[in-house]
Design a protein around this ligand. Structure first.
Ligand code: PMP
Length: 444
């Protein structure tokens, strides 16, 4: 055991050999605190205290909610220091690209800071429609609708499409926003093994007959594992069983495909092979908001009657739309960004694999998971990297199953070779040190 790991062990374990602090008392409800005993509220109070205790006792910075003082670039400023950053899904460096920032400013000047209304009642501006038509062309479908949030797009669209008696059949690693949508709809949710067409086929064979409408929900690029959705094969299976298909392109648009048009381009699919293409503006497009694209009549209906998607919700801030449009222009004009993104992903995976790091089922994409099972070990690696000037967030349950805790590295086109090589060395050291930590009583 290295000196630092032994030191941490000594500090973290109290004299009875159990992890401190002790188990929490059940909080009591009271005036203004009616949710004090809500399971998440109670658990969070305890968790926060124990996480703080772990970091404080070892004199390590707590990397959770790291508050930066700069744009979310490959180098960020934090507490006056510079950190090499792997926490941003700013895949093409567009979130702080001068043309994107300038376009946001220009749109602010032209339309103000807020839509100040839902689109149906005087909230509409021409650039919403310009962006929607561009996204519809990218996905080779009739129309698209831009929204204020990717999360709410999944929740609102599925909430609008399905009813009790319907079913959503989801990849086992599907994003939580889809689960929210199914709950919102009051429909049933079934899952199939991640990315496995045979598993989807057997679920559909058993269950399809029990439901009216069925929606198969997939992702183009899985955000926790860095796997590429087998959309072409899975959509074909869904069609055999009269199911609709929806694909979440959050981490795929601007990443996959020769021109960055996403997984549809990657697999050379026609837009109509999938019913609904959902995406976000907050990742490669360097902005904020979501979109849904598909058949023009369906999109038109959502535009006027899907609660939370467009109806009964303010239109997106004009500057976010101006920024996304400019990001698409840069994507077209600077294809070398995509090339650099993929060569960085390849280099980083190669460097880590050569150091025997567990990369799970990653497919060498710009999302690189580094598996460090157990929450406190993953947190330790993240904090130790922070001490060495590198930021990569730890991902723990419920975002990933208990036992598959990890750090997640987002690669971007803007990382340099030197940054990647230095980080790979530091990751190897930190993972080795985390392995030597003792088990911490009941702490995962
Ligand atoms: N889908 C996936 C796969 C995501 O990873 C995310 C967010 N990280 C969302 C949807 C929600 O998008 P947004 O952050 O734009 O709300």
């Amino acid at each position: 055991m290295s000196e630092s790991a032994r030191d941490l062990a000594r500090r973290l374990l109290n004299s009875t050999g159990e992890a401190a602090p002790a188990k929490p008392q059940r909080p009591r409800r009271g005036p203004g605190r009616q949710f004090a005993d809500h399971p998440e509220v109670a658990a969070m109070a305890h968790k926060r205290a124990s996480i703080e205790a772990v970091y404080a006792q070892f004199g390590m910075p707590n990397p959770v909610f790291l508050t930066r003082e700069s744009p979310n670039d490959t180098v960020i400023r934090w507490q006056g220091r510079e950190l090499v950053n792997f926490g941003a899904y700013n895949y093409l460096g567009l979130g702080n690209h001068p043309k994107v920032v300038q376009a946001a400013k220009d749109t602010l000047d032209a339309y103000g800071a807020s839509a100040s209304a839902s689109r149906i009642v005087a909230g509409e501006i021409p650039i919403y429609i310009e962006l929607e038509q561009r996204l519809a062309r990218m996905y080779d479908v009739g129309d698209a609708l831009v929204t204020t949030s990717g999360y709410l797009t999944n929740a609102g669209v599925i909430g609008f499409l399905l009813r009790a008696g319907d079913v959503a059949i989801c990849d086992a690693l599907i994003h939580r926003s889809v689960v929210s949508g199914v709950q919102w709809a009051g429909a049933r949710q079934l899952s199939f093994r991640h990315n496995d067409p045979e598993s989807l086929r057997s679920v559909l064979r058993m269950a399809r007959g029990n439901f009216d409408r069925a929606l198969v929900v997939l992702e183009g690029h899985y955000s926790m594992d860095g796997t590429i959705g087998r959309i072409d094969e899975l959509a074909a299976v869904a069609r055999e069983f009269d199911c609709a298909v929806m694909v979440d392109e959050a981490h795929s648009l601007g990443v996959f495909g020769e021109t960055g048009s996403g997984v549809r381009e990657h697999f050379s699919m026609a837009g109509g092979e999938v019913d609904l293409w959902m995406g976000t503006l907050s990742k490669a497009l360097g902005s904020c908001g979501g979109f849904i694209a598909g058949d023009a009549d369906l999109i038109g209906a959502m535009k006027v009657s899907a609660p939370g998607v467009a109806m009964l919700s303010g239109g997106p801030a004009p500057s976010t739309i101006g920024a996304a449009l400019a990001a698409l222009d840069v994507l077209d004009a600077e294809p070398q960004r995509l090339t650099r993104l993929w060569s960085n992903a390849e280099l980083f995976h190669t460097l880590l694999a050569a150091r025997d790091i567990d990369l799970g089922v990653s497919e060498r994409t710009p999302i690189c998971p580094v598996l460090v099972p157990q929450e406190f070990r993953a947190g330790y690696v993240s904090a130790r990297l922070l001490q060495h000037g590198i930021y990569a967030g730890a991902i723990t349950a419920p975002a990933v199953p208990v036992g598959s805790e990890r750090l997640r590295f987002f690669l971007t086109s803007e990382h340099t070779d030197d940054q990647l090589r230095h980080t790979a060395d530091q990751v190897a050291d930190a993972v080795e040190a985390a392995r030597e930590l003792p088990d911490l009583g009941g702490m995962n």
